[in-house]
Design a protein around this ligand. Structure first.
Ligand SMILES: Nc1ncnc2c1ncn2[C@@H]1O[C@H](COP(=O)(O)OP(=O)(O)OP(=O)(O)O)[C@@H](O)[C@H]1O
Ligand SMILES: [Mg+2]
Length: 142
């Protein structure tokens, strides 16, 4: 288990970048935590660390955004509007598990039963001060 405290958005992006450097294609990262905690900021740092230079925005409305990085394809999901696991069939969830793609899943609470056992979990919560965040990373033999 790794626990990191951050005090601004840049530090959270850096935490995402550090995790990106430790993962291989096929990994799934399941995010949990408060609304507006910094999950998308963490994912932005993750993608930039893998060499993606464009904009990284929330996939809230698209459900999934796909990125080509120097390592592999990265698919960034936001399950906020996916209210049960049946709705995953509509987005072809199973097809994303091709072993060559990293999956980043925000609001994974909504689809817990559809996640693989060997996932990495990233929980982001608010801390004491306004911009403090506590990031807890588990799984994946990190
Ligand atoms: N330490 C911090 N880490 C990350 N974001 C921070 C921090 N302090 C303040 N913020 C602000 O909190 C917001 C985090 O937004 P972000 O979209 O990354 O969160 P999210 O968890 O993806 O939200 P949602 O639940 O809507 O998906 C940004 O406006 C950012 O500037
Ligand atoms: Mg988000």
């Amino acid at each position: 288990m790794i626990q990191i405290q951050t005090h601004n958005v840049t530090e959270t992006e850096h935490a995402g970048g550090s995790l990106a450097k430790k993962l291989s294609p096929g990994a799934l990262v399941a995010f949990t935590g408060d609304l507006g905690a910094g999950k998308t900021a963490f994912c932005r740092g993750f993608l930039h660390a893998l060499g993606y230079t464009g904009r990284v925005t929330s996939p809230t409305f698209a459900i999934v955004n796909e990125y080509d990085t120097e390592l592999c394809r990265v698919c960034h999901f936001d399950m906020y509007r996916i209210l049960d696991e049946d709705a995953l069939y509509d987005i072809g969830w199973d097809d994303y598990f091709d072993g060559d793609t990293i999956l980043l899943v925000e609001w994974s609470e909504n689809v817990t039963g559809a996640l693989p056992e060997d996932r990495i979990t990233v929980d982001i919560r608010r801390g004491k001060a306004e911009d403090d965040r506590v990031i807890t990373i588990e799984g994946g033999n990190l």
